[in-house]
Design a protein around this ligand. Structure first.
Ligand code: XMP
Length: 517
């Protein structure tokens, strides 16, 4: 991918877990950045005209046989290079230095000591700075022309620099937040050393992406499954900006959506953005398929299968389609790498679309694939999507189907929708929505006795759950203030006729999951 208009910094990927994070930090500095495999030749790189190259870290040791090496000619391009961790080691090896590769590897915090105050990479960094270090292999003899500017007690050559060639290397990970001044170092490299102009922002992303989508799609048609969530909404609006009515969106109402959600989606995308929208109101089909089913896996299977059938049925009504657009984000792309074959990406089918049926031959269009979630939210704002949509918590594909515990009926779903709406409204009113990763309500198939007015009630129990998390792999329960809990409980019992008892879930993940199912 070539972006001639903006200065670009290439991240040469040696299989690091953090390659995307490096690219993201560079973009945060206002400079466009993309990742290319380490096998990219010097000639290809020269054609891309990057203003700088960052060698990522990687799982290999330079001492391993067949460990990944860049094209040696990259060092003759006259382009500044920053090597990070493995990137430093491989650069040192290629340039005639030596790397010590002990058996034992350690990871952890360390304090970087600046030993040469004229360092260009460490400009503005305090003399002692916390870094996230991977001890293990380390340079024990620098290549010719380098000087040492930073060290730690266990690693003398933690930062090395060659100003003449503009080659720099760090043993630690400046891209992670645990390296307190890491972003300053990345900015020093990108802005001061590469002299990139910091003129890239989400507006530029839109401009570039609109051009790219137009050139890929030409006069063909794109289909996008709209769920009402952030990712598919942003992808759809971006693609719509590029190709207008060549995009058709399919929106399936499975009857398991939140209160007013279907109407909101129709209003926003159909009326406000004026998109072609194929709406399938499949509520009754879903409810009848789910009748009498309480076992969680059975429910999921029914919901998943019916969604796929409904989606493709609608798609067939949309005329000839050539592309399927998906709001796949970087974290959805699971990277699996082999040291010799370079990085390869497998796509997680997280949009519940599954494999394509035989008769539908579509190419994938994934305009958000290089972005992180918060970048996608910024992009959504820039595209004019409302804040309530852009900052939305994740919502599972099977929707309230995994939150209506026991048998799913229209009546119970309506009860749950009311509970959920009150809970979310109170969290928003308290200004806590953005602090929380996900807030959800479940309806339990358990009745308890209560008293209301003069009468005894016998109604269902609901649970409220709010969690903080980085990536949903682990989560902690959110310490919701008592006043907010109290307002939720009192409103729910007063306003929702099917419920007379409210519980707050204080289980972390693990051992609990986020959804109850
Ligand atoms: P659990 O419950 O496993 O959930 O802790 C982790 C995250 O994944 C979401 N989730 C889903 N998302 N389809 C989705 O698109 C699903 O079937 C699904 N199940 C769980 C859940 O809401 C949480 O954010």
């Amino acid at each position: 991918m070539q972006k001639a208009k903006h200065d670009t910094v290439l991240v040469l990927d040696f299989g690091a877990q953090y390659s995307q994070l490096i690219a993201r930090r560079v973009r945060e500095a206002g400079v466009y950045s993309i990742i290319v495999p380490y096998t990219t030749s010097a000639e290809e790189i020269r054609k891309m005209e990057p203003v700088g190259i960052i060698f990522s870290g990687g799982p290999c040791s330079v001492g391993d046989e067949g460990s990944p090496r860049p094209d040696q000619d990259i060092f003759s391009l006259g382009i500044p290079i920053l090597g990070i961790c493995y990137g430093l080691q491989v650069m040192s090896t290629c340039l005639g230095g030596h790397v010590d590769c002990p058996e034992k590897k350690e990871y952890g915090f360390a304090h970087l000591d600046i030993v040469d105050s004229t360092s260009r990479l460490l400009f503005g960094v305090p003399k002692l700075s916390q870094i996230w270090m991977s001890h293990g292999d380390s340079v024990d003899a620098m290549p010719e022309g380098f000087r040492r500017t930073g060290s730690t007690p266990n690693c003398p050559y933690t930062v090395i620099e060659n100003d003449e060639k503009r080659f720099y290397g760090v043993q630690f990970h400046p891209e992670v937040v645990h390296s307190h001044d890491g972003f300053t170092m990345i900015k020093n490299f990108v802005l001061r050393i590469c002299k990139a102009s910091a003129d890239w922002n989400m507006g530029s992303f839109i401009e570039d992406e609109v051009k790219r989508i137009r050139s890929i799609v030409g006069d063909r048609q794109v289909l996008c499954g709209l769920s009402g969530g952030v990712d598919s909404s942003v992808a759809a609006v971006l693609i719509h900006r590029a190709i207008g009515d060549q995009l058709v969106c399919v929106f399936v109402n499975n009857g398991l959506l939140r209160k007013n959600e279907a109407q909101n989606v129709l209003d926003l995308f159909g009326k406000h953005f004026n998109m072609r929208l194929q709406y399938a109101d499949a509520e009754e089909a879903f409810l009848s398929a789910l009748k009498g089913v309480s076992e969680p896996e059975a429910k999921r299977k029914i919901i998943g299968k019916l969604f796929v059938d409904t989606f493709y049925n609608e798609a067939r009504k949309c005329g000839k389609i050539d592309f399927l657009a998906q709001g796949t984000l970087y974290p959805d792309v699971i990277e699996s790498r082999s040291p010799s074959g370079g990085p390869s990406a497998t796509i997680k089918s997280h949009h519940n679309v599954g494999g394509l049926p035989e008769d539908l031959k579509w190419e994938l269009l994934e305009p958000l694939k290089e972005l992180f979630k918060d970048e996608v939210r910024d992009l959504g704002r820039e595209l004019g999507l409302p804040e309530e949509l852009v900052d939305r918590h994740p919502f599972p594909g099977p929707g309230l189907g995994v939150r209506c515990i026991g048998e799913i009926t229209k009546e119970r779903l309506d009860t749950l929708r009311e509970v959920d709406a009150i809970f979310i409204e109170e969290i928003r009113k308290a200004g806590l929505y953005k602090e929380i990763w996900q807030a959800l309500a479940d309806l339990l198939p358990v009745k308890s006795v209560g008293v209301q007015g003069d009468g005894r009630t016998y109604r269902e129990v609901c649970t409220l759950r709010a969690v903080t998390s980085e990536d949903a792999m682990t989560a902690d329960w959110y310490r919701l203030p008592y006043e907010v809990m109290q307002r939720c409980a009192s409103r729910i019992c007063n306003e929702v006729s099917g419920v007379n008892r409210v519980l707050y879930d204080i289980t972390s993940k693990p051992p609990g999951t986020i959804e109850w199912e």
